[in-house]
Ligand binder design. Structure first.
Ligand SMILES: Cc1cc2nc3c(=O)[nH]c(=O)nc-3n(C[C@H](O)[C@H](O)[C@H](O)COP(=O)(O)OP(=O)(O)OC[C@H]3O[C@@H](n4cnc5c(N)ncnc54)[C@H](O)[C@@H]3O)c2cc1C
Length: 248
């Protein structure tokens, strides 16, 4: 399935956002297409492109557990007329809110910007700075995620706490060892959550994270991928033994 907008004969082609697309647990992509076509009262061949926006489970009826999708659909016909024909179906023109990076500053910095802590906030602050061409210096008091994983496992097995390397402190921050259910922020008007999910997928997380109801991307593996993807090859040693500066 693919998504996006195209121009046809100089006109911007909109996508139709169709919610409540219900299919059985066992289904193929083609079944979603057929169901969308049925709801929109068009032929499946009239659907030019589809993009899954959200996927959830409806388990209210034990005998009829199903997946419920929200799908963006590009159709051959005029989309406004197609929506008008759906008569009460949950179909609207899809409106996206792509995340806009903060504007770049106008004055060059005399020194490298410094980010303290490589939790989610520090990680994405450093990423934004790097995207703007700065070379942020990130200080993280804890261990890299590989060492930290071993320290946390040792704590869970033996109860012996390393105050400098544990669930709270270290590369990836406090949520790196959660069960992985991130706040989905589905109504985030700034599109930040979507951008974070896209970055995780770009770093190797399964693309289903973009539309799954509770994306399991908080696990340390995702952080490790993200962190090692962003981390530079060199590492600078600082005077203080518990501080590590990783130039990005
Ligand atoms: C067990 C657990 C499970 C969680 N599960 C979820 C969840 O499922 N969903 C969800 O949305 N949220 C969850 N959270 C909350 C989430 O982890 C936090 O909201 C998030 O980590 C905050 O990000 P942050 O970058 O602001 O801070 P932190 O993640 O706390 O990162 C701060 C970083 O700074 C470093 N640091 C601290 N002091 C210094 C210093 N002096 N010098 C250098 N570095 C320093 C720390 O080592 C750490 O890496 C969970 C939290 C915990 C503890």
């Amino acid at each position: 399935m693919r998504g996006g907008r195209t121009c046809r004969k100089g006109m911007q082609k909109e996508m139709i956002r169709l919610s409540q697309v219900k299919v059985p647990l066992q289904h193929r992509d083609d079944d979603i297409r057929k169901k969308c076509a049925k709801l929109l009262r068009i032929a499946p061949a009239d659907i030019e492109a589809m993009r899954i926006v959200k996927k959830s489970i409806d388990a209210r009826k034990k005998q009829e557990i199903s997946y419920v999708y929200t799908v963006d659909v590009k159709v051959k016909q005029n989309e406004t007329k197609v929506i008008a024909h759906t008569k009460g179906q949950s179909a609207t023109i899809a409106v996206d809110h792509p995340y806009r990076f903060p504007e770049k500053g106008s004055e060059p910095l005399a020194k490298r910007p410094v980010v303290i802590g490589l939790g989610p906030a520090g990680l994405f602050a450093a990423y934004a700075l790097a995207r703007h061409g700065y070379s942020p210096l990130v200080f993280e008091r804890g261990q890299c995620v590989e060492v930290r994983t071993k320290d946390v496992l040792r704590f869970w097995e033996s109860g012996v706490l390393d105050p400098g390397s544990n669930v709270q402190f270290g590369e990836g921050g406090a949520g790196a060892f959660s069960d992985g259910k991130l706040n989905t922020l589905v109504k985030d008007p700034l599109g930040r959550n979507r951008r974070v999910l896209e970055l995780f997928v770009e770093a190797g997380a399964p693309s289903e994270n973009l539309y799954g109801g509770k994306p399991p991307i908080g696990r340390q593996a995702a952080y490790r991928d993200r962190c090692s993807g962003q981390r530079g090859c060199q590492s600078e040693k600082r005077d203080h033994p518990s501080w590590r500066g990783d130039p990005l």
